[in-house]
Write a protein that binds this ligand. Structure first.
Ligand code: SF4
Length: 381
């Protein structure tokens, strides 16, 4: 069960139906990577059946004006988080004593909430990169809306997430402009299944449809964000190439995959041994953070996800009751989609390149910091 919001799950499906019927609104949707690996289970398909194309078709049938992919924003997250990792590492290697390591990933809102409450003395070590959900909303309501000539008040951004904590992330004040949220609201995988059934869409009979562009384009790195270790593997693919200047021949970092609660790996970056850690489940995260707090840190970068298995095991997914076979099947589905992608490194996504050329400038630019980064709060009291 999701560690945040599980007992007070908000249901936005009625609000969504009203927005979809409103001719004055342009309603767009983004779908998180883990959703496509589990939604089919709600319609009797075996765990691990990839239903990406059917999901896109069903969302068009429901009436969304544009169907986009959160994986696009996952690629963007890697650009920003990867730049932060390289920046901190370079300063560290140059002897800058003020650098705090390890850097922690920040795309799981339940995890962010957890460290704000329990580790307020360490708020400067997580990456400041917003989650893919929020990066998507930010870019959709600025760059994309400006290009399309859609006023902010007419645009409704909805997300389909495996997660209940994402509903609360949309509501954080840091992710609003003049009180208006970048992502208006989030619908869980199970809620989407209910909507599809309510609309009498024969899900299993649907053919495959493609995402709309440009925010439907992603690399394989964006896809694997949905499983534990995926954010780390995606980051390593880009950090390796940008740091060494060489092409990574084998992009599969098998050593960070799997379902063990805490995993470690050492990656050779031209003689520098980059030590990375992966934890899923907040109990495992707490142990790692207590070690860091007491000076027993062995890592440069750590990925933490609150749910077992990462987002594939999120609280908004079809119930899996801790069944690790189901989690393995969903993870393998994402690795299959990654392997089928023509591009598998975030920095090679052509639309991400265009976004930087036309709008953001470069990772960690002033515009990127304003739209794609955040800050954290001491919530201990
Ligand atoms: Fe949500 Fe994924 Fe974090 Fe679970 S691991 S709380 S599904 S973001």
């Amino acid at each position: 069960v999701c560690p945040v919001g599980a007992l007070t799950e908000r249901d936005h499906t009625n609000r969504l139906l009203l927005d979809l019927e409103n001719p004055d609104k342009v309603v767009i949707v983004q779908t998180a990577p883990a959703v496509r690996a589990a939604l089919g289970e709600e319609f009797g398909l075996p765990a691990g059946t990839l239903v990406t194309g059917k999901m896109v078709y069903a969302l068009r049938e429901l009436g969304f004006d544009y169907v986009f992919d959160t994986d696009f924003a996952a690629d963007l997250t890697i650009m920003e988080e990867g730049a932060e990792i390289l920046n901190r590492l370079t300063r560290y290697m140059n002897g800058d004593k003020s650098v705090r390591l390890p850097i922690l990933t920040s795309c799981c809102p339940a995890w962010v909430n957890f460290f704000e409450h329990h580790f307020p003395d360490m708020l400067d070590i997580p990456s400041t990169a917003r989650s893919p959900q929020q990066m998507f909303g930010s870019i959709a309501k600025t760059f994309w809306a400006e290009k399309m000539g859609i006023p902010r008040e007419k645009l409704v951004v909805v997300s389909i997430m495996p997660c209940l904590a994402k509903k609360y992330e949309c509501d954080r004040n840091e992710f609003k402009t003049d009180g208006s949220p970048d992502v208006d609201y989030s619908i869980s995988t199970r809620e989407l299944a209910r909507l599809i059934r309510r609309a009498n869409v024969g899900f299993t009979l649907l053919t495959d449809k493609e995402f709309d562009q440009p925010m439907g384009a992603s690399t394989g790195a964006g896809v694997i964000f949905g499983t534990t270790g995926g954010v780390m593997e995606a980051a390593l693919r880009s950090v390796y190439e940008i740091y060494t200047g060489r092409t990574l021949e084998n992009v599969n970092f098998e050593q960070v995959r799997g379902l063990a609660g805490v995993r470690r790996a050492t990656i050779d970056l031209d003689g520098f041994e980059l030590k990375v850690g992966i934890a899923h489940g907040l109990g495992n995260a707490r142990h790692l953070l207590e070690d860091i707090r007491h000076g027993r840190n062995e890592y440069h970068v750590i990925e933490i996800m609150a749910c077992p298995g990462g987002c594939i095991g999120g609280g908004g997914q079809p119930l899996h009751h801790g069944n690790s076979e189901v989690l393995y099947a969903r993870a393998n589905a994402l690795y299959r989609e990654d392997a089928q992608k023509p591009l598998r490194k975030s920095h090679e996504n052509p639309y991400i390149k265009t976004l930087y050329e036309e709008y953001l400038g470069r990772p960690l630019s002033e515009t990127a910091e304003r739209l794609l980064h955040t800050h954290y709060f001491n919530k201990a009291n």
